[in-house]
Design a protein around this ligand. Sequence first.
Ligand code: SUG
Length: 446
Amino acid sequence: MTAIEINMDGLVGPTHNYSGLSYGNVASLGNAAASSNPREAARQGIAKMQRMHELGLAQSVLPPQDRPHVQVLRKLGFRGTDAEAIAEAARCAPRLLAACGSASAMWTANAATVSPSADTADGRVHITPANLVNKFHRSIEPETTRRVLKAVFPDGPHFAHHDPLPAVTQLGDEGAANHMRLCTGHGRPGLEVFVHGRDGFGVRGTAATRFPARQTREAGEAIARLHRLDPVRTLFLKQHAGAIDAGVFHNDVIAVANENALFQHEYAFEDETVLERALDRIFGTGACHRIVVPARRISLQTAVQTYLFNSQLITMPSGDMTLVVPSECMQSAPVAEYLEELVQWDTPIRGLEVMDLRQSMRNGGGPACLRLRVVLTRAECSAMRPEVMYSDQLGQRLLAWVDRHYRDRLLPAELADPALSRESRTALDELSTILGLGSVYPFQLE
Ligand code: SUG
């Protein structure tokens, strides 16, 4: 069966700000309290979508979520009108307001895990929104994510939607950021690799001591069962503890796979041999290209600073692969030199694209964080909501929409401004019509 990969990028939301909410994410901590520019952030994201579209790739858009999340503030005891609940939270619990105000849903690599129909026993695309329990500000995303994904991919003969896993730390799930798929063509059965930082139950845990490991082995195992994956073509790999302590809070900060290529750091995984053996067994020796960057060329610290491995690895219409890197990579001499050599070597990676995503990068979100990959056959493509597919025309509409509704400066303290919530809701109401999604936000459903 032939199939294509669609990159679904999250639009940056109107409350994009730097609140230092993600312990273990070096950029988020380092930029805490800095001033952000939501308009520029959204424009940078749209520029990436436009470039992918120009390169001939299938690109689509996922909407931001409504923030501050007033319904969650109410669950935490803040009362009165929306403006009163926000004002009370700002006064007595500003950290809770910051968490409820984060635009973190833009990193759609964490929205869900998606298994293509070629890998599942019932021949449907299986989708499980991530519970994101490790960080409170992210744990409030799955409900709306689920509604949006159901609006885009209607439940039925083509798509199977699952509930997020139970929201407990033993089943911590961060979605596709810890999921890789290797295959010899998007439409052929692949090897699905679930990467975890720790065991949820039992004593094995993780050896990482500085930063928390977000994803558990049990979460990956549950998703593999729900998605009805073939156990022979499913692998559970443990992250290298040293990488987590260096700030690799998701596997996609240290490895990226596309079709038969895997680009990774030497210290991405605890045990390389199990991966090597699985690739040889399933695809035949040498069919998959594993490009392993040694620490003596690029240290873990430089990998985290530049987000080299949070690049998107894409197959171009020509069949060659291109690495879409954040501009920070070109500002680091060892990384820029490595990339210059890489495209000359005999690997599938032949081209480079450099993206300026600095607004998102300052919160630890690079090119790969901003997109959820969905592999679909032609029939599955026709069953999805067409309005979310990116086109030049949609890009122009989105830019005009951003310019109309977004601020060009935001400090975390300004999340207390009740006007921000009103502006955001007006913008999102309009966007849900542009994207043909119907009512997906709590404020539209009340
Ligand atoms: O979960 N940052 C996000 C970045 C997610 C990146 N995604 C992937 N690697 N796939 C996180 O840590 C920071 C928000 C703040 O501090 O205001 C934040 O949530």
